[in-house]
Structures are given as C-alpha cells and as structure tokens.
Design a binder for this molecule. Structure first.
Ligand code: HEC
Ligand code: HEC
Length: 199
C-alpha cells in the first residue's frame, strides 16, 4: 500500500536519475576500499539520504552513524534482490562488493544526526518493547544483532515493520523480525513513534 505510494513518488525521479546513474556508473572501475572512495561514492546518495547520511525525509532512512555491518547487509540484500525497492535495487547493482564495503564504512564513521521529522513522543511499557532491546540494544541504539532504530523517522520505521509483518521484506536478517507477527498494528505504530522519539 504505502510502499506503492512512495514508489510512485520516487518513480518521477527514476527516469532522469536512472540516466544520470547509468552515465556515472557505466565505467565503474573496481578499486580497493579507501576512505576517499567512500566519500566519492557517497555523493550519489546525498540527494536522497542527505549530507553525510542525515536523511531529511519522513520515509528515507538515516545512514550516517548506522552500523557498518547492517549497511553492508542491507546493500547486499538490495543487490541480490532479497530486499525489494526499485531505486535501491538499481543503485546497489551498480557497485562491486568492495565498493559497497567502502560506502558502508564511510557512512558508519559519520556521526548520527537526528533530523526533524514528525514524531509523537510515546512511552511503551512491557509487551513487545522488551524483546526489541535484545537485538536493537537498550534505547534502540543498535547491537551486533540488529541495526540502530532510535531516531529514524517514525514513518520509515512503521513502513519497515509493516513490511516484515507482511513478510514482504526478506533476507536472512528479516527472519529475526518474525517477532512482529504476534504484535498488533496499533502497537507497531506506537513502537515506531517510541523509537523515532529516542534521540
Ligand atoms: C532516489 C533516492 C535514493 C538514492 C539516490 C539512494 N537511496 Fe538509499 N534508500 C532510498 C529509500 C527510499 C530507501 C528506503 C527503501 C526501503 O524501504 O527499502 C533507501 C534505503 C537505503 C538503505 C537501507 C537503510 C536501512 O535502514 O535499512 C541503505 C543502506 C541505502 N539506502 C544506501 C544508499 C546508498 C549507499 C546510496 C548511494 C550509493 C543510496 N542509498 C542512494 C532512497 C535512495
Ligand atoms: C532476534 C533479534 C531481533 C528482535 C527481537 C527484534 N529485531 Fe528488529 N531487526 C533485527 C535485525 C537483524 C534487523 C535487520 C533485518 C534485515 O536485514 O532486514 C532488524 C530490523 C528492524 C527494523 C528495520 C530497521 C531499518 O533500518 O530498516 C526495525 C524498524 C526493527 N527491526 C524494529 C524492531 C522492533 C520495534 C522490535 C521489537 C518489537 C524488534 N525490531 C525486535 C533483529 C531483531
């Protein structure tokens, strides 16, 4: 549903963007990872994910300060198609695995910047919330078992969780989120606002 909504919103950008990307990526030399390369490659992402990955939008995730292992896994899932989102599938396929590593490391080394998005600050008690900390860390700051979710835009978190619940967001990592099958939609919305408001 809303996936279609913002897909269609983005599609307007895909025509010209696709052309521009095709031109940028056509020669795509495979070079070893270095921080300068991460920076150069990240410039392509800034139009949507913001300067240094501080995404300004409601439905575009913040990348700056996210865990490198998660960024790498997410880009690999887009590249293989296990995670379906047209623009990101297109973009990820243009990079070698080394380049994906360089981009992931570069964004992970940036500070996390909370951007002003619509969030209803909300406390949660007990229930599903306690389970989340096992993988996403206390306060949603991320751990080796799950990405940082604190401070991401509420609309993005909600979108992501509804996709896991519906089984439309795949990949090995997605299996960990099966926990949401048991959680009601209202509680999922509360969790999205709760974690978005933790800064
Ligand atoms: C045209 C806009 C656009 C561009 C350009 C773009 N992205 Fe994205 N990106 C998105 C959107 C929208 C999403 C959320 C898609 C979804 O729900 O799966 C996303 C998701 C991601 C995610 C998943 C983050 C998470 O928290 O799960 C990563 C990683 C990512 N992008 C990296 C990049 C990198 C690296 C670049 C540049 C090489 C880039 N993106 C360029 C729009 C864009
Ligand atoms: C068993 C470990 C585990 C538990 C418990 C868990 N998660 Fe996750 N979560 C993950 C992993 C791993 C990912 C990344 C999956 C992927 O690659 O798609 C993830 C992804 C997410 C995402 C998407 C993040 C993004 O940037 O796109 C959200 C939102 C999320 N979890 C919220 C929650 C909430 C809220 C709870 C508690 C109800 C929860 N998770 C419980 C492991 C877990």
């Amino acid at each position: 549903m809303s996936k279609t909504r913002w897909k269609s919103g983005l599609l307007g950008m895909v025509g010209p963007l696709g052309l521009a990307l095709a031109m940028v990526y056509a020669p795509a030399p495979v070079v070893g990872a270095d921080p300068g390369e991460g920076f150069r490659l990240s410039l392509t992402c800034a139009g949507c994910h913001g300067t240094d990955g501080a995404a300004p939008g409601e439905t575009i995730p913040i990348l700056g300060g996210q865990r490198a292992d998660y960024l790498r896994a997410a880009l690999a899932d887009y590249k293989s198609g296990t995670r379906d989102f047209y623009v990101m599938n297109f973009i990820a396929r243009a990079y070698s695995d080394d380049q994906i590593g360089a981009i992931a490391d570069w964004f992970a080394a940036k500070p996390w910047v909370d951007t002003p998005t619509r969030t209803r600050a909300i406390g949660i008690s007990g229930g599903a919330g306690e389970t989340c900390a096992e993988c996403h860390g206390e306060g949603g700051g991320g751990s080796g078992k799950g990405p940082r979710i604190a401070g991401q835009p509420a609309a993005y978190l909600l979108e992501a969780m509804m996709a896991y619940k519906a089984g439309t967001r795949g990949g090995d990592g997605g299996a960990a989120m099966k926990v949401l099958a048991e959680v009601g939609d209202g509680e999922i919305e509360d969790l999205a606002h709760h974690y978005a408001g933790l800064r």
